[in-house]
Design a binder for this molecule. Sequence first.
Ligand SMILES: Cc1ncc(COP(=O)(O)O)c(C=O)c1O
Length: 343
Amino acid sequence: MSKPIADKLDPAAPRPAPLPFSVAFDARDEDELLGLWRDILRSNRWSDGDHTRAFEAAWSAQTGLEAVAFNNWAGGALAALDFVGVTGEVVLSPSNTFLATPRSAQKSGASVVFYDCNREDLCGSFDDFVEKAERHRPKAAWIVHVGGHIAFDIEKIAAYCREKGIWLIEDCAHAHGASWNGRAAGSFGDAGIYSFYPTKTISTGEGGMLVTANPDLGRHARSYRDYGRGSGYRIEGMNYRIDEFTAAMGVVQTRRLADFVGWKQAYAHDVLDPAYPNRVRLPDGMESGFYKYIVFDPIEGGAGKVYELPCHRIMKDPAELPNTDWVAENHWCVPIHYPRAVS
Ligand SMILES: Cc1ncc(COP(=O)(O)O)c(C=O)c1O
């Protein structure tokens, strides 16, 4: 049983007032965006046009990888899993993630085997990954960059997957602007999928982006999002196309990403770090996009938890994942939202 919050708080510790939630958007971009939307409105191209191409080019420049836009994260995830061919196979997934991660594998016809996380970074544990991989022989695995930093064990897990022929897909839903020694999230495994849902570090309302260095996977994803067009309908995709209005917003938002992340990094460093010593500590060379600011002490007026309930509990899977259960019980989030400038 956890102690009541009031018993654990140090009343002497200076704590900044919690920031109110706001969707990351900079009012300086409003006129440009409205202009782009008017142009699209008056054009005869509301889908699959220049703005989609421009959003993909912007995200490609951001990550150094081929980028394929989707109308949400799920489309990109299903496209990657379809390319790998996971039906009837085992896919490893962390449990400390949003249900979207294991469910995408389940919906692709795979059996999900959960692996544990580390307490330090809340992300997948190499030791348990290897344990589960040796036992269950997965064809593919998810790794999730929880909270906006890169999973601390990513290099070891990626090297192991390369050696064993396991496809590694990175859930980058939180990892906009994150890198480790200059490498962006999505560049360690075979593909990465970003989400642009409104709570994310940047948003387009709804939207997703698959990134990959594998041109075959990129081609497959383009066809998959469009009912298999371009493959003679051999690829059994559905409609996950992004519309031009959303893509235009993606272009504007991607240009602003460095400001969002720079502001969050400065706020974390200057304001939050001195007040919250018991927190996730980033290793050398790691840049977090600070989707969340995660601490291991309860806080009042906080932004709750990244996840309250691990996926293996939600899915009633009997896996024993002690670190995942520990993390669910012992982490909290301090609000870190880019304040909307008023024009
Ligand atoms: C880790 C993780 N993966 C996937 C998703 C799903 O993204 P979307 O809402 O764009 O489908 C989310 C949340 O939105 C998430 O937090």
